[in-house]
Write a protein that binds this ligand. Sequence first.
Ligand SMILES: Cc1cc2nc3c(=O)[nH]c(=O)nc-3n(C[C@H](O)[C@H](O)[C@H](O)COP(=O)(O)O)c2cc1C
Length: 393
Amino acid sequence: MPTLARVNNIDDLRLLARRRLPRGLFEFIDRGAEDEVSLAGNRQAFDRIAFRSRVLNDVSQRSLRIELFGRELAGPIAVAPTGAVGLTWYQGEIEAARAAAAAGLPYTVSTASITPLEAIAERAPGDLWFQIYVWQRPELADEVVTRARAAGFRVLIVTADAVVPSNREYNKRNAFSVPIRISRRNVGDVVRHPGWVWRVMLRHLLADGVPEFANLPQEFRTDLRGKGSRSLMPPNAPITPAVLHRLRKLWPGPMLVKGVLSADDALLARDCGADGVIVSNHGGRTLDGAMAPIEALPAVADAVGDTMTVLMDSGVRRGADVVKALSLGARAVLVGRAPIWGTAVAGQTGARRALDILLAETDRVLAQIGCSCVADLHRGLLTPRGGEIAWAR
Ligand SMILES: Cc1cc2nc3c(=O)[nH]c(=O)nc-3n(C[C@H](O)[C@H](O)[C@H](O)COP(=O)(O)O)c2cc1C
């Protein structure tokens, strides 16, 4: 794939994806909520942390492998649930899931994805996780969770930080909406990206018809035009203890609550039977002003200790970010946008490139700070940037 020869990092993939995707779709993936304070804050928070390396260690033999819920992973990274992958490449969800499987990493299918979860399980077997939203009639989620269980998904992620629709004003400006409403603006946007029309949209239309949200409860399953559902989709429901107890009964495998920022919520999730939490602010896409997960992580990790698995996401773009998160108590990180950019550029090969870049960078930083494996990481290897010169003030 000639374009990938020029790709050195995740931002290179993002820039290539920006050229390929219609602006409405690119911004839907790339941007955050409202004034994007949390989106920017996620990156700034990582950058405020510096390494205090140990350089006198022998790091010639290294391993990134970890064990997570009884399975060995090639590294401490999983692909986060994202609803838009299937619009960036023909059968993008299958391509991205295959890339994760080939890299030895888990892939999470989102409730909002367009490929039926059964097709992903069949055509991209690997360590598959499933993410569920819960609607105001909680029993609606049962149907979807039961499908995921029957298809062999291993881990259930319950997303708790999307209780109401987010305020993303650029989607309105770009006329990017579901159901799609044809306007001069979005038609012009699509026409300016004929490559995407041919490679993704026309292929999809010819082979499978109008993309459909194939993993919603049958009653509300619609295509992107909003056609097909028998009744109106009820709004998302808050993830209360009662909801978690209900899901716990349905799901025998590991269950994680995603979108947690406070230690108290983590402890509550544990009391409701969750095996772990994902410290996350949805990549800055839901509550603008939500604190950066990397800053919330230490308190959550301290509160739950060894009684729960703590994962984190939001803002991971470099291996150094992975190492910081693990040093602060995460067992692994999830990445959302990074593999989407890879998929948008080159399908499975591009998604694999994104994951390989992150794994290679993580390995390099591990060596540079004097560690041979992720178990060697601890908070003493980190310091607030500039913190140690406070005496000078
Ligand atoms: C385009 C897009 C769609 C997303 N869709 C979902 C979703 O359906 N369910 C969910 O729990 N999180 C969703 N997320 C959030 C991700 O799972 C993850 O929390 C976030 O992307 C992590 O931040 P990062 O993109 O900076 O890695 C989505 C994120 C993006 C960028």
